[in-house]
Ligand binder design. Structure first.
Ligand code: F6P
Length: 326
């Protein structure tokens, strides 16, 4: 028999498409197992301010296809203080919540880990971030949708770039990781990509542009990860303009549109699976772990390892980004 009777669930940090599918799965799995489940609104701030609502299976109907998060999100500064966490624990106990499911990224997991250590609260994390920068899961919830959004944007930009013989520097999100940049560049047929994980990519880009400028071939799409050490697409544009006047350049920053939209089939399935297994994990006595999927198998990774260990980029995709350009 599970010792857990009442789960609290929340989303925190940057929202990601598929968070709703994850909430839905957790709520219905809890119900299936006769557990109570309460939605905590606005992430850790909701725990501090007691923004609670009991969720029944019907409350999560019709949300599997929606982007964003019905529970809303925040980046809570107060939860980073001992006083904030004390309030959160008090509210949680008063409500009768005895375990938590935290859907979010590395910042969310850091908070969850501290809370668990201080108050002994069982916590299981689900990887919800478009950045795909969590170790212990091949992909995070929202990453696939964000990549598809970026690819769609790149396809459209290419139309106008080609028509005008212009070079576009397309900046994509990803925080300190280059996953979205790499996947979107390769899938969008981009000419080059600048990644935070690689420090030699700027000189390579410059060499590439030199060859192209003499050959009169226009390099149309350069994808720049927002976390690249050059400082982003605008900085790269300045460097290109300073060295190669023959290119007419434009910058497009895709920004938050990458966070919205209906989740892809892949994200819905991943989110649903991880939401279901998060409830199972709590019922089975697991705590302090993130539920992830590696090679199609569910895997549990300690929250601190998931949030702090670097996950290497797929080397085959890196090679493709360098090889499949003319
Ligand atoms: O972590 C998700 C993410 O979208 C990052 O890619 C980006 O750097 C950051 O959040 C933006 O955060 P905010 O919406 O708080 O500006």
């Amino acid at each position: 028999m599970s010792k857990i009777k009442h789960i609290g669930i929340f989303t925190s940090g940057g929202d990601a498409p598929g968070m709703n599918a994850c909430i839905r799965a957790a709520v219905r799995t809890a119900h299936h197992n006769k557990l109570k489940i309460t939605g905590i609104y606005e992430g850790y701030d909701g725990l501090i301010n007691a923004k609670f609502k009991t969720l029944s299976p019907i409350d999560v109907s019709g949300i599997i296809q929606s982007g964003g998060t019905i529970l809303k999100s925040s980046r809570s500064a107060e939860f980073m203080t001992a006083e904030g966490r004390k309030k959160a624990f008090k509210n949680m106990k008063a409500k009768g919540i005895d375990a938590l499911i935290a859907i979010g990224g590395d910042g969310t997991f850091k908070g969850a880990e501290v809370f668990q250590e201080e108050y002994g609260v069982p916590v299981v994390g689900c990887p919800g971030t478009i950045d795909n920068n969590l170790y212990g899961t091949d992909f995070t919830i929202g990453f696939d949708t964000a990549c598809n959004t970026a690819v769609e944007a790149i396809d459209k930009i290419r139309d106008t770039a080609t028509s005008h013989n212009r070079m576009f520097l397309v900046e994509v999100m990803g925080k300190d990781a280059g996953y979205i940049a790499l996947h979107a560049c390769v899938a969008g047929g981009g000419e080059a990509v600048l990644l935070p994980e690689q420090i030699n990519d700027l000189p390579r880009l410059m060499r590439f542009l030199k060859e192209k400028s003499t050959g009169k071939i226009f390099a149309n799409i350069i994808v720049v990860a927002e976390g690249d050490e050059t400082g982003g697409a605008a900085e790269v544009e300045k460097l290109i303009n300073a060295n190669y006047s023959e290119y007419e350049t434009k910058v497009t920053v895709l920004g938050h549109l990458q966070r919205g939209g209906s989740p892809t089939c892949k994200d819905r399935l991943l989110a649903g699976k991880l939401g279901m297994f998060a409830v199972d994990a709590l019922m089975g006595g697991k705590t302090g772990v993130m539920v992830g999927e590696v090679h199609q198998k569910v895997q549990y990774t300690p929250l601190n390892i998931a949030g702090t260990t670097e996950k290497p980029l797929d080397p085959d995709l890196v090679r493709m980004s360098e090889t499949l350009v003319i």
